[in-house]
Design a protein around this ligand. Structure first.
Ligand code: GTP
Ligand code: MG
Length: 338
């Protein structure tokens, strides 16, 4: 039997980081990993979501994990640029911007302890991770997945991936099919809870009218209904890839994983709706966090039809909600395939 006595050597002194780490082990740290293609609104989302969470009374910290991010307006709690500089990586390794970013993430993976230490220092905060826009980091390359799995599986971080894609891609059938494929690849590759959001929903019809009602794009029940719109293009490219597009739509349908919420970062109601889905996905709901606060974070009793219908009504030019009422609805449909 080991008796703790005077002859026992004193325990090693605790550094603040290791102390914070042991505190973190006792309780979950919740947060969001904000991913998506370039320009999809990740940094703006971090600013807006940070303000919203603070209004709810949550202590929030935003961590910049995009080495190319120069003009963030949130107070940054930790910055990957303190670990590695994109320009230096590009110059020293003679890499282009994409290669240098991949190198930065391989470097971060090799130094995951740096990130763990920063998170440990913020153990009483809800964290938002502002990520880069290179989609190959989420669809193919292993570093982001390995880093996130270290945080979620080996440490007590309850993270959800928030995947933003520009809503205006809905107006182009080919682009929307590729958005579906990127989203599915990300979900399969990252293997963690993921909430997909059509960002900038206020601009959904800015580049053209949508072929179907909004619920078609959010619920993704039968993407093959987009195929007639591709054939309509009558280009050699569309003809050559007709079978490929058909196969991609079938694949998306078979997995039945991809769905989207909507986001207008300037709308408190829209951010609240997104947060509700995110809180469910990372288990914040039921973890003893704050209860619903009227007017701020309670969009209770709202069914999906109300959710999509009100967004469509607000942001799309004409409103025909016939499709929301089901296939037997008497209302004439404006949006029908060619
Ligand atoms: N209308 C509208 N514009 C938005 C919204 N969210 C972001 N934007 C704009 O979209 C542009 C790109 O936003 P960023 O936040 O820089 O996008 P990002 O994904 O961080 O970009 P990268 O880091 O370069 O990949 C900015 O001009 C934002 O003001 C939104 O909900 N509505
Ligand atoms: Mg950004």
């Amino acid at each position: 039997m080991v008796v703790v006595g005077a002859r026992m050597p004193p325990p090693p002194p605790r550094t603040p980081a290791s102390h914070a780490l042991s505190v973190a082990v006792l309780c979950w740290q919740f947060g969001q990993v904000v991913i998506g293609p370039p320009g999809s609104g990740k940094t703006t989302y971090c600013v807006g979501m940070c303000q919203y969470l603070q209004a709810l009374g949550r202590k929030v910290a935003v961590i910049n994990l995009d080495p190319a991010n120069d003009n963030y307006t949130y107070p940054v709690a930790a910055d990957i640029k303190d670990l590695i500089l994109l320009d230096a990586a590009a110059a020293q390794c003679e890499l282009g911007p994409n290669g240098a970013l991949v190198y930065c993430y391989e470097f971060l993976e090799a130094n995951t302890d740096w990130l763990l230490e920063k998170l440990a220092q913020l153990s009483d905060c809800y964290v938002l991770l502002d990520m880069p826009g290179q989609v190959e980091l989420y669809t193919h390359h292993a570093s982001v997945r390995n880093i996130l799995q270290t945080l979620t599986l080996r440490h007590n971080h309850r993270l959800v991936a928030v995947h933003l894609v520009d809503a205006h891609h809905c107006a182009d059938a080919a682009k929307f099919i590729s958005v579906l494929l990127v989203t599915l690849s990300t979900m399969v590759q990252l293997e963690m809870p993921q909430v997909n959001l059509l960002s900038k929903i206020d601009l959904v019809e800015a580049y053209g009218e949508l072929a179907y009602n909004l619920d078609f794009y959010t619920d993704v029940t039968d993407p093959s209904r987009l195929l007639p719109y591709l054939q309509q293009e009558d280009s050699a490219f569309a003809r050559r890839h007709a079978k490929l597009n058909e196969a991609i739509c079938e694949l998306i349908d078979d997995f039945s994983l991809v769905q989207f919420g909507t986001l207008d970062i300037s709308s408190r109601e829209s951010v609240g709706r997104a947060l509700k889905a995110i809180d469910k996905a990372n288990g914040y709901v039921g973890s003893g966090g704050e209860g619903p606060q009227p007017g701020v974070h309670s969009i209770e009793g709202e069914c999906d039809d109300d959710r999509v219908g009100s967004v469509q009504e607000r942001y799309m030019a004409e409103t025909d909600l016939g499709e929301l009422l089901g296939p037997h609805a008497p209302a004439a449909r404006r949006r029908t395939p060619p």
